[in-house]
Design a protein around this ligand. Sequence first.
Ligand code: CTP
Length: 405
Amino acid sequence: MKTVILGITGGIAAYKAAELARLFVRSGEEVQVVMTPSAQRFITPLTLQTITGRQVFTDLFAPLSGERVRHVELAEEARVLVVAPATANTLAKMAAGIADNLLTTLFLAVRCPVVLVPSMNENMYEHPAVQENLERLRARGCRIMTPDCGRLACGVIGRGRMPEPAEIFNYVRAVLSPKDFAGVRALVTAGPTREHLDPVRFISNASTGRMGFAVARALQERGAEVILVTGPTELKPPPGVAVVAVETAEQMYRAVLEHYSRCRLVVKTAAVADYRPADAAPQKLKKKESSLSLELVANPDILKELGRQKGDRVLVGFAVETEAPVEHARLKLKEKNLDLIVVNNPSTPGCGFAVETNQVKLINRQGEMEELPLMGKEELAHRLLDRVAPLLRPEEGEASSKESE
Ligand code: CTP
């Protein structure tokens, strides 16, 4: 199995590399850690060894267990080389082609993608020597993450801090993703909508937007141009995605229809409120002794409208069902003219709103159903896109089915 090689160099952010290793391991990757001598002054090989379940390599001249030369063997099995943190010293050596330890030697030997994550004091980061080295490495095809701004280990606030492990993990995943959505403009909707009773109160639902944001991120990672129309959420928009923030179902309807004609794919994860109060009070409603009845009027069904104007677009809907999920979802797929519907039942443990995971069933136009296991929403987004990609290239599907006849 190909491995993620995690190179760790001697900066204070080395302690965060343990969390990065854990994220890769948790996502099912084999992780081989290589540490420079100074990295071991900040974090021990034993920590990384325990997390990855593999011996950590530190020494270019260590006796060989097999017949192969270690850096050549490691280079051949590498899927990606990630150096986090990458110090000014290691970056300089890499830019100059100096191979004086296992990591810098390995860097010259690999042919896989290389991701460098610089981390240092702001003045050091901005020094022309470091910037020129980064430029040279970038020009040679290395992918370089921009450090974060924030409080640095030296006490000052500035740019130079290593991005959080989750961000590095996502960045690496994007580098490794197939670009099978290149040239596709996609519209994703996410989150709940809010339907106001008065300026401070509203009807809404428990959607957090996580599933939709994960789909938008996965599409962007796979080369699509993404427009994310989102109701109110706490989430940080994925980098490179154009975000349109809305609040009500009617606003979402207008925003979606405005972009629809230019999009080839729509994934509608948003939990749109079906009703809104007939009259939103312009001022805060005052409490009364008597009971209060609310009259609700229907909101437009956005997806149904998209289904009416479908053309050659691919439409993916989500269905939240608490009873007879498959039957209800099949009806929705037909009624809204969808290509694929993702069904989930929020009452199943580990599923639905405000959790990191989900377990869904996918139903296509032919009525075929696929049940996916419980998994993280980020992974689920990729699995869903694996099924959507062929729908965007129907002629290829026909050609390959003809070939196999
Ligand atoms: N949807 C929409 N506009 C609405 C309601 C729903 O675009 N006013 C979309 C959702 O984004 C989702 C799909 O339709 O992709 C199904 O949503 P869901 O709430 O499961 O179903 P409804 O059509 O609202 O039907 P019901 O609430 O009766 O189950």
